[in-house]
Design a protein around this ligand. Sequence first.
Ligand code: BGC
Ligand code: NOJ
Length: 829
Amino acid sequence: MKFGYFDDSRKEYVINTPRTPYPWINYLGNQGFFSLISNTAGGYSFYMDARLRRITRYRYNNVPLDMGGRYFYINDNGTIWNPGWSPVKTDLDEYECRHGMGYTIIKGKKNGLKAEVTFFVPQNYDGEVQQVVLTNDSAEAKEFSFFSIAEWCLWDAQDDCTNFQRNFSTGRVEIEGSTIYHVTEYRDRRNHYAFYTVNDEIDGYDTDRDAFLGSIYNGWDNPETVKAGKASDSFADGWSPVASHYKKITLAPGESKTLIFILGYAENPQDKKFAAEKPEGLLTREKWVLNKEKAYAMIDKYNTPEKVAAGLAELKDTWDKLLSIFKVDTPDDKVNRMVNIWNQYQCMVTFNLSRSASYFESGIGRGMGFRDSNQDILGFVHQIPERARERLIDIASTQLSDGGCYHQYQPLTKKGNADIGGDFSDDPLWMILSVAAYIKETGDWSILDANVPFDDDPEGKHTMLEHLDVSFYHIVNNLGPHGLPLAMRADWNDCINLSCFSDTPGESFQTYTNPKFKAEGGYSKIAESVFVAALFTYTGPAYVGILEHLGKADEAAKAQAEIDKMKKNTMESAFDGDWFLRAYDANGEKMGSKECEEGKIFIEPQGFAVMSEIGKEEGADIKTLNAIDKYLNCEYGLVLNNPAFTKYYIQYGEISTYPGGYKENAGIFTHNNAWIICAEAYAGRGEKAFEYYSKIAPAFTEETSDIHKTEPYVYGQMIGGKDAKNFGQGKNSWLTGTAAWNMVAISQYILGVKPEFDGLRVDPSIPAAWDGFTATRQFRGDTYEITIKNPDHVNKGVKKLTVDGVDVEGCIVPVAGDGNTHKVEVLLG
Ligand code: BGC
Ligand code: NOJ
């Protein structure tokens, strides 16, 4: 069952009922100011950091679920409704929500009155613009009252939802004309404020939530002021400040009226915080006056429909350009819309926000993840490489000089988060992969010389190359009894906690240090991760390639020897006959082995082991891929492990706490499905690669949205696995490494267009039925127009490759570097 459709020509997903099986959301903002917006206009805004600089309030885990947002209310002769249906939920005569690239348009119609609201955050602008167009489609004149509402968050979202003894007494506002300013704590220790304005005169306002709702017993679905058809002109003093505009509107038949609202954020320099004089008409209870210069300029920027149209056009143009860097035309529409539109769009969002703020991430739990952000870059780097470079330097600056890493950092402070700490065994390796991806994309080797400090030596002069060195050797220097990497607190799978042995509720599986391992530095020196071994052998060659390029032949050879040794150790101690083990636990027992009672096979190490060709000469790759198909493959994707754990294994940790089929315990973790898609494509099995891809790619789930439940245009972290009651149900949509990895899987492995240090590899691994496809790729200043022909209907194999009609040996298109367009023709066979 579907709840909308893709409008590819406008790059939009169109939702035609407000009753989606879960709030289907979009993100507005690309740089500093961000908003989440659902198909009923729920959600919230923040500046830079969803925890430390929250602008509007949102209550997670609320009942009903998506309650709170930026809402407009209409009281049309006693019929009260919202353009996005919620919160009043009056049945609408027409409803539509279009989520597009950085904007959302919500349309509602009731009794001949139409409201169309366009929400977007313009480029380089710290505010959300909301353009409301009201049209009287009826034959009679209409007189109605119109209200806006936004509820302020008192800046620190964590504090806002816990520290009520203070917060209920701090709220402050100022009102000037049609602009309501939020200035809580501004006088004292803050130099930032927010405002909500409309480009027209208003007939009233409310800034106190209880006054707007009329009673502490009312919800957003039942505000007294709206029912009364009139604002109460309340002035907030503590409690919960809000911003609501009220306007009486009369429309003749056929007449339209446009109102432009702006929800903005601004910061003032310390010495310019206050205005010298109190302007006439300003409403305040304070002796001081906010310096509003910045707000005035922001308001002036988008206070007419023409200016709004220009801002929207600029946003659209930005996205058209971003999406023209890589474009494909394959025989499959769903692939096209994923690759050309939605997957790339999601990659931008995950790059911007890591795992911080979604409808499943509260924005207060996590900042930017070290491993997450590095992986996000893999899917984003071609879009704006300069931003990727900046991010790489930020992330690397939180690394420690021994190669260890803080697992997360706050975007506002850019400092490692001490509460979470480090010792996640995989973290440093992702840094190598992302820096290599950046160089492969741009050819900008200078990043290796960039000055990048270590967290424990902030003043020291260090280079990015040193960060890669310590990353690589952090693995080599921390091996266990089988010569495999120590598992530490966790590897990529946060829920395999081999040193935790937790038996007390509330202990964090990732950060709790069991006294048993305190003396050893916090984690077992026995438990080893086969996943990290495989990731090391997959990532290591990029490091070797970098050293070779720099002419450091000895160091390259030394690193290569470590990779070879790791492969040998893995084959000797971690190949279980038909697949690779997952780990050795702290008791030295095998995890993910035929010998285990449950959790006999795990997905994570397999893909990287296959792509590293560990044991290929003995057929380990094909045996492994076949085992995955046999034990992990099911209708909706590949489960993480099998059989699911049915009891708590104290020696494994969090993984065994989830009911079977959910999350890391045999859920379909889409992120690591991508690694198998890559591995199948790498091994030349284009059919299987595509089968797995089409099981999880969102556009393919659209028809079963009633089962899948989350947005059919973006990946979620997980889909309920075959052991789950809710088999096939998506969860944790939007912020997941799946976005980047599936972008890699489809573009670089299946379609086979893959940047390398020395050029652009073109080596597809596709379904045999395809006659071919075309792709356009901007790469290092040139444009390549690629045509793939598959007359023999093979999966893989480049028989002939020409660039501008000239034969090229192998399948790497050399960098032309002349800024021109080049024709690449590839014949498979
Ligand atoms: C989740 C993981 C997550 C981890 C760290 C666990 O509860 O299952 O997916 O990465 O917490 O936040
Ligand atoms: C989500 C986390 O963000 C990611 O870092 C981790 O790898 C996966 N969960 C698997 O546990």
